[in-house]
Write a protein that binds this ligand. Structure first.
Ligand code: FES
Ligand SMILES: [Fe+2]
Length: 401
């Protein structure tokens, strides 16, 4: 077995990854600590914890993070690890509480992570030094992002460059209408590689391809649809903004992000089966514009913003050879289910599309496991996947070499 260094040096640019990147446990360990515990990841919306004492627990590989709203109405996050002998402190997935009592020996913490009570603690040991470990959490217009690192990259540029797009779609005034978890029997990179390209959209996604012009990017008809969409952007209450600071364009010491918008085909106002609206208009949008916007936030969190709803996509590993896609459907906070939106109709497109993706990603993994798998050339239609892989390799290089 070559060392990771040899493997990285041997990897050909713009060709798919060597099999070992998908199978080697030491590579997965590097990814876990340096990508997943060291990137900003979308974990939910502030509206999920509206009241003081509301909390939920977010799980990522070996880690569990308690996300809560404290007595001062601030959102905080703590590692779910007792400072006595390390037990999980909170065993519930969500709820409302004024304190957390460890189930093992009853050490008790308040909503600021401070240790309040620890029976029979030896003299000279300070309770004030045994609070729950805090975890970085930031709200990007209501979207909660966490980063498990002690030294996270800054979200300053993301917060200022995406402020306007967030406002256009009223991100802070959203609520989660639905959330679904899709387990995928593949290494996480195959799922992200797949999400980054629409080369597969034609054969794999007939439902999506009927309405979304990204399917014909670089083909005749794309520019025409784009022009049409742009024409009434302004009158719909949207702005022509493009930000590209992700993957290979990332600013040093800043988390990556991007924003762009593309057209939907004639007859489609949103990502619905019949093209008709699915929910009330979002934010400052005055009327439906025939398009959808892509947000990239950090390496594995993406949002698709239609005029009436947002779909959040987050890819995380659950082990070296398994991953998951969490999808959130968000609508205006005042929209009422069964009156203003129908959950099944709202979820239809990305539910059917994600199941189709799961199938092709799992087939991809099976082939990658073969003794005959070799790197293959990425096409021009896979430019974003190429940028993702380039970024991934440079990250790995900086940690492994
Ligand atoms: S491990 Fe939590 S109180 Fe002992
Ligand atoms: Fe897909």
């Amino acid at each position: 077995m070559n060392s990771i260094k040899e493997l990285l040096n041997h990897q050909q640019e713009d060709w798919s990854l060597d099999q070992r990147f998908y199978k080697d446990m030491s590579i997965f360990d590097l990814e876990k600590h340096n990508i997943f515990y060291n990137s900003w990841i979308f974990i939910g919306h502030e509206s999920q914890i509206p009241n003081k004492g509301d909390f939920f627990v977010y799980k990522l590989l070996d880690e569990e993070i308690i996300v809560l709203r404290n007595k001062e109405n601030k959102v905080k996050a703590f590692f779910n690890v007792c400072r006595h002998r390390g037990s999980r402190v909170c065993l519930e997935e969500k709820g409302n509480t004024s304190r957390f009592t460890c189930p093992y020996h009853s050490w008790t913490y308040n909503l600021d992570g401070k240790l309040l009570a620890a029976k029979s603690l030896r003299e000279g040991i300070e309770k004030s030094e045994l609070g729950l470990h805090p975890c970085n959490i930031e709200s990007a217009s209501g979207m909660l992002l966490i980063n498990l690192s002690d030294n996270p990259e800054s979200l300053k540029n993301l917060q200022s460059d995406l402020k306007e797009p967030f406002e256009m779609f009223g991100f802070k005034d959203l609520k989660v209408a639905a959330h679904k978890n899709y387990p995928i029997a593949s290494n996480w990179k195959l799922a992200v590689e797949n999400y980054q390209e629409c080369y597969h959209c034609g054969p794999a996604h007939p439902e999506y391809s009927l309405s979304h012009s990204l399917k014909i990017e670089d083909e005749p008809g794309f520019d025409e649809a784009q022009e049409k969409m742009m024409k009434n952007l302004d009158s719909c209450g949207l702005k022509d903004i493009e930000v590209n600071k992700d993957f290979s364009n990332k600013d040093p010491d800043q988390e990556q992000y991007a924003y762009s918008r593309y057209a939907l085909f004639d007859g489609y106002m949103t990502g619905s089966k019949d093209g008709k609206p699915l929910a009330p208009l979002l934010g400052g949008i005055k009327e439906f514009n025939q398009g959808c916007s892509d947000f990239n936030i950090g390496p594995v969190s993406y949002f698709l913003a239609y005029c009436d709803h947002i779909v959040g996509y987050i890819f995380t590993p659950t082990s070296q050879d398994q991953c998951q896609c969490d999808i959130y459907w968000l609508v205006n906070k005042d929209a009422e289910e069964n009156k203003d939106y129908d959950k099944e109709k709202l979820m239809w497109l990305w539910d059917v599309t994600t199941y189709a993706d799961e199938t092709i990603i799992v087939n991809n993994q099976k082939g990658v496991n073969s003794i005959k798998y070799q790197s293959g050339p990425y096409t021009d239609k896979e430019h974003s996947t190429r940028r993702f892989i380039k970024w991934y390799l440079s990250e790995l290089k900086s940690y492994a070499l």
